[in-house]
Design a protein around this ligand. Sequence first.
Ligand code: GLU
Length: 447
Amino acid sequence: MNTANGLNTVATDSRNTRVSPGTAMRDQEHRLFQRVQEQMDRAAEAIDLAPEVRKILAMPACEVGVNFPVRMDDGRIEMFSGYRVQHNNVLGPFKGGIRYHADVSLDEVRALAAWMTIKCALVDIPFGGAKGGVQVDPAKLSRREVERLTRRFVYALGANIGPGYDVPAPDVNTDARTMAWIVDTYAATLPPQERYRASAVVTGKPVSAGGSVGREKATGQGVVDLIEMWATDQRCEIVDLSYTVQGFGKVGSWAARVLKDKGAKLLAVQDATGAIKSDAAEGLDADALADHVKKTGGVVGFPGAQAISKETFYATRADVFIPAALENQVTAETARVLNVRLVAEGANGPTTPEGDSVLRERRIAVLPDVLCNAGGVIVSYFEWLQNRGGTVWNAAEVNRQLRAILERAYVRTKEMASEHALDWRSAAYATALRRIEQVYAERGIFP
Ligand code: GLU
C-alpha cells in the first residue's frame, strides 16, 4: 500500500515485503526471526498452547519499510533504509525501541519486535511488540546529520507511529536526545490543537522534555533487581558477587553502576574497542569507567586497568556474566569457556541456540533477555502513563513499582519452570504465551 507521504506498508506476508537487495542477503544468513519461532515452539509444545496462537505470532502484523533521503553536512544527499515491524498488539499499543546500526536488517527488526511481544506479555504490561531500525553507522555521521536522519525517518513513518498506536523508545545507538527529536518532528505533523498529545509518541525522553525519572537507568536497574532475586534464591548476598560485563553503553554501564552501589565487584569489561580487567583487588570503578567511555568512546585505555584478549575476558572466573551489547555473542564456543554461575542477559538475543544448549549442559543459570532486560520497557510504560495522565512520579515510586512488576514476572517464570520442568528461557516464553492465549480466548478473532 502506498500512502501520501511515500510510505510503503506491507502486511504480514514476508515474501511481499520491500527490502533492499543487501538486506535480503543478510536476512538469509541471520535468520534471527526463525530463532524466535523455534524458541516459541519449544515453549508452546511444553504447555500445550492453542495452535492458533502460534500461527498468529509466526507472522508480524505489519511491516513498514522506508527508503528516505538525508542532506549531509557537505551538501550531498544520501539515501537510508529504515524499518518498523509491528509484531502483535493484542495486549495493547505496539511498543519497542528504534536502533541505528550498520547491521540492521528486516530479519533482525522482526526478531526484536517479536521479543518485545513476549517481553511485554511476560511482565504483564498492556503493550504489544514492535521494533524499528535504520541501517546506518551513526559514528560516521555528525550530530546534525543524525538529527536530520531521525527527523526524516519519523516523517517517513508518518501515521504508523502514535501515542495510542505504536510507541517507540531508545535502543542500540539511540537515546533521550533522539527521542526528543522524534517528539518535536511528530508534533510538527499534527494540527496545533493536537500537539499536546505528541509527547506520549515515544518513551525514554529527557526528563526535562516529558521523560520519566529512572528511565535512563531502568534496564540496568532491572538487570540488577533480577540478579538480586536470583542471589536470594541461591542463598547468597549480592555484595559477595563478582561479575563481568560485555558492552558499556546504556544497559551495561547502568547495571554496573547500580551493582557498585550494592557492593558487587566488577572484574572485567569488553566492548567494541577491546577488553580490560581490573588491576586492583576492589575491581573496576563503574562510575569512573562510565566517564572514561563517555570521553573516549570505549573501555580501552581506562587508567589502572589491564588490556586483555577477548578469550581471556570470556574465561574470567566470576559469579555473573552480563552480556549487554548485541545479539549472538554467547555462541557454543564462548559458552564453553564461560566460567560463571549465571548469565544475566541485558542485551536482546545475546545467546545463540547452540550457546544456550551448552549453558544448559553446563548447568549455568540464565536470566533470559525477555525477563532480564524488561526494566526498560516497564519504566517506559510508567513514562507513557505519566504523559497520558498528566502526572509526575518520583524516583522512589518508579523504583518500587518496577521492582514489584519484575518480582511478579520472576516468580511466574520460576513457577512455570518448575511446573513443566523447563529451562528459564522456555519458562519465560511459556508464561508470556499463556497470557496472550488467554486474551485471544476471551476476545476471539474478528469478524
Ligand atoms: N529498546 C528497549 C528494549 O529492547 C526498550 C523498549 C521500550 O522501552 O519500549 O526493551
